[in-house]
Design a protein around this ligand. Structure first.
Ligand code: C5P
Length: 235
């Protein structure tokens, strides 16, 4: 079943607490990312735990192997469920992070969902998002990463082209049909994500900027419930 992770991309503990109070009976997983963690650190993580939620600490680690391994150890002490790591940090960095034991789940960022082929071109003139995502997903998997963060648009392609890799998919860039895209470019609706059997979707502004965040979350969950999964057909 597809789980919704609500991205708590807010700037105050008060706003975080309001959202947690509204959503706690409906949503289990919350993302604490760069904004909230930079502003409030451990307090922001502890608050989610106090409301009975699980934390995806999305700090997108990308540094030399030892530094990243130490960061993963510290994340374990925070009691978070998962952390993100940039797959383009390479083999040694990924392996060092994966070797930490015990550790949270490691979810690898492929290409940000705010980027398209033309955004990659200045970095890698020949690169296409899809093939780049595929190479990074494979690199993560062989080095012990537990899940791949990519757009929903790449999930089918990855399942077909990396059939032997039984990986979890975490998908941001989720927009209900007709919803505002903001800065996201490679988007998918919650229904489509559920139909594909994507493991986790990360949803921020469609919930946190809604006039009624609880209603927005419930409406996303109910649209997903009615989606017929066909994940087995596309594997
Ligand atoms: O508000 P929105 O639904 O666009 O939020 C998406 C969340 O997912 C943001 O918190 C963003 O940092 C995160 N994310 C992303 N693309 C990635 C990885 C993470 O948008 N590739």
């Amino acid at each position: 079943m597809t789980q919704v992770i609500v991205a708590l991309d807010v700037d105050t503990i008060m706003r975080e607490e309001q959202l947690l109070t509204q959503l706690k009976d409906t949503i289990t997983f919350y993302k604490v990312g760069l904004r909230l963690f930079t502003a409030h650190g451990k307090r922001a993580v502890d608050l989610v735990h106090r409301h009975g939620g699980k934390v995806f600490l999305d700090l997108k680690f990308h540094d030399i192997p030892q530094t990243v391994a130490h960061a993963v150890k510290e994340a374990q002490k925070l009691g978070v469920y998962a952390v993100s790591i940039h797959l383009c940090g390479g083999r040694d960095m990924l392996a060092a992070a994966a070797e930490v034991s015990p550790r949270p789940k490691l979810w690898g960022v492929t290409v940000l969902t705010s980027m398209q082929d033309k955004d990659l071109r200045p970095l890698h003139p020949q690169a296409k998002v899809a093939s780049f995502v595929k190479n990074l997903a494979r690199l993560g998997w062989v080095n012990g990463v537990d899940g791949t963060i990519c757009s929903g648009q790449e999930v089918m392609f990855l399942r077909r082209s990396l059939k032997h890799l039984d990986m979890k998919f975490i998908t941001p860039g989720i927009r209900p049909a007709g919803g505002e895209l903001h800065d996201q470019k490679r988007v998918m609706s919650p229904e489509q994500a559920a139909e594909l059997g994507i493991d986790y979707i990360v949803v921020g502004r469609p919930i946190t900027h809604a006039i009624d965040p609880l209603k927005a979350a419930q409406s996303i969950l109910s649209s997903m419930k009615h989606a017929a999964p066909h994940s087995l057909e596309v594997r």
